[in-house]
Design a protein around this ligand. Structure first.
Ligand SMILES: Nc1ncnc2c1ncn2[C@@H]1O[C@H](COP(=O)(O)OP(=O)(O)OP(=O)(O)O)[C@@H](O)[C@H]1O
Length: 576
């Protein structure tokens, strides 16, 4: 049952109320043929009008009561199923929010979307079904079987003999259908992945004129989903009519035998009518039980996929210690790390450095050399495999994550803004920031001019993902959002890549005075960005190939000299 127990406990009162009402409703349905048999045999055949009125009135009353039961039970079951789905979705989202990056990487984003939407809907259908037909159908089945035995044991024997065949067909339905529905949901994951990727890269697709190939790829994913759905539905559409056929043949046999018994005077007409009526109810309930298995098979596949999310390792391993006071030192001591979902090759190997507050560490290296990985590890988005990272002498793994991340502000390579106003985006950095604080941070990041020139100022709306802004404007707002936190450690991951040289030097000048007691980690591709740093780490394929000041590296690091030569020109003697 896994995670389901919790929701059952939360909604069990309403759930049981719906089940009780459902039982009463079913009892009313089951009593009708019995009353009718009495109306015919005791009233119509004997010409007893009083009996006809009494039984007819009872039948009418029961129908009305049954309708009231059905109405209230429907309201309760819909409410409970909707609330259950809402809670389940919210809890899943919270669980996903707590995922470590390893866990995030182990699910595709599209799959998480399918699990949060379609899989939860399947569970909602199942929960709703439990309070509707799932309980009613077996009750009608057992009730009508019992009544047929009471009415005529010979006819009931025929019905009972057919049951193993029907149960066998249902078992096969589940066995064959379940893997097909799992495959169908996995195909839906791929469709969602495709849509997600297309939408996030729509500009690239359009600029490369790749709509046709993207359309083909999407068509293939859609085609696979369609064929997997068809395979699943084919199985279902084979078993449902098969079960119906067996039941209908049984009904025909009952009618034939019943007719013979009646002509022999062994069964009353009212009894036979009730018998056929119960048989019809039995037929209906078996049909319904077949459908229940369909819903069950889908829900079982979805339940397992949701359970995979809930039983995923349990999120980030939190430390227990608070980081008190200003962080005075950041140290990497022989740190190595490879991504769990990566190629198995170390993204960084044996990296060591030490930066103190007020200092700036520049990190430079070719693409894929491990620069962003260093930033990811400082934020503890991933855990180191070998070596130790410490802040003010405390191992990162021992520090409470909220405390750690509260001391750091990172400006990622690709700035991410959220839909809302500029002011709201800035308050992401600091919830209680005043307008003056926001303006100051924007000015430090050289972002005030274009915001103040907009007629709405801080209320200027930013489209989803910041799409209404230029790349450089997004980068500057993203930097301002980091600065407003006044962090102890500021990580700038290629944060000036979309900003022109003059603006970059202006921002770096104001940063210098602002970041007097911060530890700044400045990742860059351009050597001019890191030249002024107190210390520069040169990475090549995850390995440190130089650590020192610009001057020291020009003298000692072949790789740094090569970067200098390729970006600026030959190294003059006076430079070393
Ligand atoms: N989430 C991930 N899963 C698997 N491998 C990854 C992941 N992120 C990065 N890598 C791999 O780790 C290595 C280092 O990547 P990293 O992003 O740190 O490089 P980088 O120096 O920041 O590159 P760039 O300058 O292009 O941003 C690369 O080989 C990359 O393919």
């Amino acid at each position: 049952m896994g995670y389901l127990g919790k929701y059952f406990r939360r909604h069990h009162r309403m759930f049981f109320l719906a089940i009780i009402i459902l039982m009463l409703e079913t009892a009313a349905d089951l009593t009708q043929p019995y009353l009718m048999s009495s109306l015919v045999d005791g009233g119509v055949l004997k010409g007893d009008l009083q009996h006809i009125y009494r039984q007819g009135g009872l039948m009418l009353g029961l129908t009305a009561i049954g309708a009231v039961f059905a109405f209230s039970r429907n309201i309760i079951s819909n409410t409970v199923a909707t609330e259950f789905a809402k809670d389940l979705r919210r809890d899943m989202f919270e669980k996903i929010q707590g995922f470590s990056m390893d866990e995030m990487d182990s699910f595709s984003r599209g799959s998480l979307v399918t699990r949060l939407t379609s899989d939860v809907t399947q569970m909602q259908n199942f929960a709703g079904g439990m309070m509707r037909i799932f309980v009613k159908a077996p009750m009608i089945f057992l009730g009508s079987l019992f009544m047929t035995w009471r009415l005529d044991s010979r006819l009931a024997m025929v019905v009972t003999a057919v049951l193993p065949v029907v149960i066998g067909l249902m078992y096969l339905n589940v066995r064959i259908g379940y893997p097909l529905f799992r495959r169908m949901q996995a195909s839906l994951d791929r469709v969602n992945d495709g849509v997600r990727e297309y939408l996030s890269g729509v500009r690239v697709v359009k600029s490369y004129g790749s709509e046709a190939s993207e359309g083909r790829a999407f068509g293939e994913a859609g085609g696979r989903l369609a064929s997997d759905s068809e395979a699943a539905m084919r199985t279902m559409s084979f078993f449902s009519p098969m079960i119906a056929l067996v039941v209908n043949l049984t009904l025909a046999a009952i009618l034939y035998l019943g007719g013979r018994f009646h002509s022999n005077g062994e069964i009353m007409p009212g009894q036979l009518m009730a018998m056929v009526n119960y048989m019809t109810q039995l037929l209906f309930s078996i049909h319904m039980i077949g459908n229940i298995f369909n819903v069950f098979v889908r829900a079982k596949a979805s339940h397992e996929r949701i359970d995979e999310v809930f039983s995923s390792a349990g999120g980030e391993m939190d430390g227990e210690n608070e980081l008190k006071g200003q962080v005075t030192e950041l140290m990497f001591d022989k740190v190595s790390f490879s991504y769990p979902e990566g190629s198995g090759i170390c993204a960084i190997r044996d990296i060591s450095f030490k930066v103190r507050s007020g200092e700036t560490l520049g990190i430079i290296g070719s693409t894929g050399s491990g620069k962003t990985t260093v930033a990811n590890l400082i934020l503890r988005l991933y855990d180191t495999e070998y070596g130790v990272i410490s802040l003010s002498g405390m191992d990162l793994k021992l520090i409470r994550l909220s405390s750690l991340r509260g001391k750091i502000a990172a400006v990622p390579q690709r700035p991410v803004l959220f839909s809302g106003t500029v002011g709201e985006n800035m308050r992401w950095g600091k919830g209680d920031a005043s307008d003056d604080e926001i303006r100051k941070a924007l000015s430090l990041a050289d972002a005030s001019a274009f915001i103040e020139s907009s007629k709405d100022g801080l209320d200027t709306r930013v489209g989803r993902g910041g799409m209404t802004l230029s790349g450089g404007q997004k980068q500057r707002i993203s930097l301002a959002r980091a600065l407003i936190r006044r962090p102890d450690i500021l990580i700038l991951d290629d944060s000036f890549s979309k900003v022109d040289a003059v603006t970059e030097s202006r921002i770096r000048k104001s940063l210098k005075s602002e970041a007097k007691d911060m530890i700044t980690v400045l990742i860059a591709q351009k050597i001019t960005s890191v030249m002024g740093c107190d210390m520069i780490l040169v990475l090549d394929k995850g390995i440190s190939v130089g650590l020192g000041t610009h001057k020291e590296l020009l003298a000692e690091s072949k790789e740094y000299r090569e970067i200098y030569r390729s970006q600026i020109g030959e190294v003059e003697d006076g430079e070393r």
